[in-house]
Design a protein around this ligand. Sequence first.
Ligand SMILES: CC(C)(COP(=O)(O)OP(=O)(O)OC[C@H]1O[C@@H](n2cnc3c(N)ncnc32)[C@H](O)[C@@H]1OP(=O)(O)O)[C@@H](O)C(=O)NCCC(=O)NCCS
Length: 172
Amino acid sequence: MIRQRQLGDLTALATLTEEVHAADGYPHAIPPDLTAFFFPEDLLAAAVIDDAGTIIGHAALKVTMGGSGAMDLVGRATGRSLDELAVLTRVMTHPSARGRGLVRDLTEWAIAAAAALRRRTWLLVDAESTSAIACYAACHFSSVGSVEVTFGDGAVVPHLVMVRPELGHTTT
Ligand SMILES: CC(C)(COP(=O)(O)OP(=O)(O)OC[C@H]1O[C@@H](n2cnc3c(N)ncnc32)[C@H](O)[C@@H]1OP(=O)(O)O)[C@@H](O)C(=O)NCCC(=O)NCCS
């Protein structure tokens, strides 16, 4: 069941983050402040997949991501300003629950939640994360370019910027 995330989910999300990081190297590092990671100041909405009390998936929408390079790229590609955009982030599904359509459900939730706020959805994905890129392409996101993201540990990692068409403009 997909449902709105609650503050009480934080402990379960910490476990999910550790397990996804260990399996996939996402996020890049375990955030030292998980509350700030899951509840950033520019948060728009967040959802979890709750499997009979166990959190097996998560996604959030926020306003800013990746610095001005990424946001300028999205602005040029979509013709939209920051207050008309929402970035899909913190997308994780438990390694034991892959291939069940959970990210598809989470992206559909995100697109509807963003559209309800009159925002269009975009995302950043590690350019070497072929499985995540394939998944997002299957969910109708298209690359509009790439940027380098600098993490807190100084690592500079190329990322693709992907944009979802307007609601109703997909072919399937
Ligand atoms: C990559 C990841 C997001 C996919 O999650 P998932 O729950 O297995 O994805 P779903 O089952 O919802 O798949 C949705 C679509 O993507 C496709 N897909 C998923 N993984 C894929 C892969 N490795 N290769 C090709 N296509 C893939 C599925 O076939 C499906 O398309 P379909 O419905 O047309 O068949 C997941 O493996 C993950 O959480 N990885 C670690 C965290 C991460 O990288 N997050 C992204 C941060 S930007």
